[in-house]
Write a protein that binds this ligand. Structure first.
Ligand code: MEV
Length: 304
């Protein structure tokens, strides 16, 4: 059974598309996939009730992405038809890297089926062929962290770097309940960059500098400073126009309930926010505060 992790971005989403550094962490939950013989190439995503045939010309992005991944993955090998069955543990369109986790798990299942031990970077290339069908211009951060896990420093075009935080981070993940499309949000930021190059450029620079500040705070195990970096990153995401009133309100509520800092995570426009908490007692208060606002939330630990 192959696995692709979900992820949270701690700092630097959107700026990372334009070459600035970002930090992401892998989750313990994500997507499992397994391949078996079949009459035709098909992808079956059980919890979504989706069963699609691989077809590069399909109007259906899942069918196109699966066909792109199979074409890349089978290069020069005999191709008996395969069905990949998928179990998804994380919400889609919520900023938790569901589509990258699907790509990583499906690429892994294909390798198991073909009996291959493809090197990590080749498997990454395959999973990116999938991801490109969903996002016109992915930086690659979601796929990189889904494949490797841990806490990662990522800069587009460079090898990802594993960070060793001096403390684990307890995060409350809060789902705004508003679905969001990464493709649309990345396009929206590109349009804003076109219209307001100075503002967006200086916001990207500030987010890149924050990534450096957070990296140092992680190395020292300074949770208060990491929380301040979350809040400053939230301001940056507001300046890019990717937060929403609901995400802002959830972050504010989490802070009043004792979070050290909070921010949207992933593409924004809805999806999830993350709130850093110092201990399980505060986590309980933040979880209750989110529930009082009708938001689903849960506790995860990253950087152990
Ligand atoms: C999405 O999880 C992160 C973005 O920066 C897009 C990307 O890096 O590909 C919004």
């Amino acid at each position: 059974m192959a696995f692709g992790r979900g992820k949270v971005i701690l700092v630097g989403e959107h700026a990372v598309v334009y070459g600035h550094p970002a930090i992401a962490a892998g989750l313990d939950v994500g997507v499992h996939a397994q391949a078996r013989a079949s009459a035709d190439d098909r992808l079956c995503i059980r919890p979504w009730g989706r069963d699609v045939v691989a077809d590069e010309r399909s109007d259906e992005p899942l069918g196109r992405a699966f066909a792109a991944l199979l074409r890349s993955g089978r290069e020069g090998r005999p191709a008996s038809p395969v069905c990949v069955e998928v179990m998804v543990q994380i919400p889609a369109a919520a900023g938790l890297g569901c589509s990258a986790a699907l790509g990583v798990a499906i690429a892994g299942a294909l390798d198991e089926w073909l009996g291959l031990r493809r090197p990590l970077d080749e498997r990454e290339r395959l999973a990116l062929a999938w991801e490109r069908e969903f996002h016109g211009n992915p930086s690659g951060i979601d796929t990189a962290v889904s494949l490797r896990g841990g806490v990662m420093w990522y800069r587009r075009g460079q090898a990802p770097e594993a960070l060793r935080p001096a403390c684990a981070l307890l995060l409350v993940l809060v789902d705004s309940g508003q679905p969001s499309s990464t493709r649309e949000m990345v396009a929206r930021v590109a349009a804003r960059r076109e219209a307001q190059p100075a503002l967006v450029g200086s916001t990207f620079d500030a987010l890149g500098a924050l990534a450096g500040r957070m990296r140092e705070a992680l190395a020292r195990g300074d949770r208060d400073e990491i929380g301040r970096c979350f809040d400053a990153a939230h301001d940056g995401l507001c300046a890019l126009g990717v937060s929403t009133e609901r995400l802002d309100a959830l972050c504010e509520r989490a802070r009043s309930a004792g979070a050290l800092g909070a921010k949207p995570t992933g593409a924004g426009g809805g999806g999830c926010a993350i709130a850093l908490v110092g201990d399980e007692g505060r986590a309980g208060r933040v979880l209750e505060a989110c529930a009082a606002m009708g938001a689903r939330s849960w506790l995860v630990e990253v950087g152990r």
